[in-house]
Structure formats: C-alpha cells, structure tokens
Design a protein around this ligand. Structure first.
Ligand SMILES: C[S@@+](CC[C@H](N)C(=O)[O-])C[C@H]1O[C@@H](n2cnc3c(N)ncnc32)[C@H](O)[C@@H]1O
Length: 235
C-alpha cells in the first residue's frame, strides 16, 4: 500500500491513525467494514476511490443533523459513501445514485442489502451528464433534493454544478469530494507531480475558484479526507 497516494490530506500518519482508531473504526457499521475490506481485495489500487471512513462518518452525521430525506450521489463505485449515507436516512428516505459502472455497484450491493437499506436506493447506470439532464427535463425534480454528493469525474464538476444547483432545494447542500486533490492544489505548476495528480489538478483549481465566486451558494472547503467542499444553495 506504500505506493498509493494518501487518502487524507493530514500530513501526520499518527494523527490520521488516531482519528480512525479512536472514533471512525469503532463506529463503522459492520456492513461498511465488510464492503470496504471486500473492495480492497477486489480492486487493490482503485480501492482508494472509496471515501475514507472518517469522511463517511461525517457525511452520515451531517445528513442526520439535516434530517435529510431525499438525496443524490454522483459517482458510486462499490458504494461505500452510498451505504454510509443510506444508513443515515430515515426508513422512507430515498437516494438517487448515478454511475456508469454497474459491475462495481453489483460488488457492493450484497453488503447494502445485508444492511437492509437497498430499498432506499435508486441506482441509475449512466453517465451523469445525461442522467442529470433527464432529471431536470422531467420537470418534477428541480429544487427537491436535500443533499447531493458529487464524487465522480473531476473534470466535469463545473458542468455537474450547473445542473445540481437546480436540483437541490434552496437551503439544501451540495458536497464535492477531492477538492484538495492530495494537497496538489497548493503546489506550484512546475512542482513534481504524478500524471494522475496532474490530470485533475487544473479542473479542481478552476472549480474551487468557481464555487467561491458563485453568488447562488454559500460554500466552504472542509479538510476532511481529500478535501470536501460544502455548498448551501441560497436562492
Ligand atoms: C471516486 S469513485 C466514487 C467512490 C464512491 N463515492 C465511494 O465512496 O465508494 C468515482 C466514480 O465515478 C464514476 N464516474 C466516472 N465518470 C463518471 C460519469 N461521467 N458519470 C457518473 N459517474 C462517473 C466512476 O465510475 C467511479 O465509480
């Protein structure tokens, strides 16, 4: 695992371990733990795509505080954040989950079923731009979502923003994952970076400024996981 980028922007391993061992792992739902371990076994390098345990814990807490009932996730992979948020919704809560990768979703689905929350999830196997456009076109979805979590292709985040800002309620939240992109947003352009970091650093730098300048929302970058930007729709 030494070659994988850090899942957290915290620069002290000891501090990250402390948070995980003291708070996140002891509170992690058994099916979340099993889904995480199964993803690590089946996907090795890509398992880093699951949100980290402390971030999932934060998302669950946030949804409970908000009394969120209708949510959306763009970028599901094997469903770690999907399961964490489904567990935080009431029995009649609903999540629209969008991802073109049905194979990864199917890998995580048995754990979601075992946790007893699969009935809250409507999985749309699709590219998000077309799925979001369909939701907007159907005319009944605008302004109805309490919470929308975006964790997909980073170079489309601004396009997603222009769509989900219509779908989220006034007063509702949109959350963008990986907005600190392994700390690279604070590097200089000519600092050494891997190809994987370079690929999305530009789009995320653009997004961070775009969100700060968007007067339709209130926003903040939270230094949990790899950076999570919360946006509250104002109008
Ligand atoms: C970082 S992973 C999501 C991780 C997930 N939130 C979790 O915690 O397990 C990113 C996902 O975005 C999906 N994705 C990539 N391009 C997409 C697109 N155009 N529309 C929707 N999802 C996309 C990928 O298939 C992948 O499953």
């Amino acid at each position: 695992m030494d070659d994988l980028p850090r899942k957290s922007i915290l620069q002290s391993d000891a501090l990250l371990e402390y948070i995980l061992e003291t708070s996140a792992y002891p509170k992690e739902h058994e099916q979340l733990k099993q889904l995480r371990e199964s993803t690590a076994k089946n996907y090795t390098f890509k398992s880093i795509m699951n949100v980290p345990v402390d971030e999932a814990q934060f998302l669950g807490m946030l949804l409970k505080i908000m009394n969120a009932k209708k949510t959306m996730e763009v970028g599901v992979f094997t469903g770690y954040s999907l399961l964490a948020t489904a567990l935080a919704l009431p029995e009649d809560g609903k999540i629209t989950a969008i991802d073109p990768d049905g194979v990864a979703f199917e890998m995580g689905l048995p754990f979601i079923k075992k946790a007893g929350v699969d009935q809250k999830i409507n999985f749309i196997q699709s590219d998000a731009l077309s799925a979001l456009q369909d939701l907007i076109n159907n005319g009944k979805e605008e302004g109805t979502y309490d919470f929308i979590f975006i964790d997909a292709d980073k170079d489309n985040y601004i396009n997603y923003h222009e769509m989900v800002v219509k779908l989220v309620k006034v007063g509702g939240l949109i959350a963008y994952d990986n907005t600190l992109w392994f700390g690279s947003v604070a590097l200089d352009d000519d600092d050494p970076m891997s190809e994987m970091i370079k690929k999305y650093r530009g789009p995320l730098l653009k997004l961070n400024n775009y969100l700060t300048d968007d007067s339709r929302i209130d926003s903040m970058i939270l230094s949990v996981g790899d950076g999570l930007t919360l946006c509250r729709r104002l109008c």
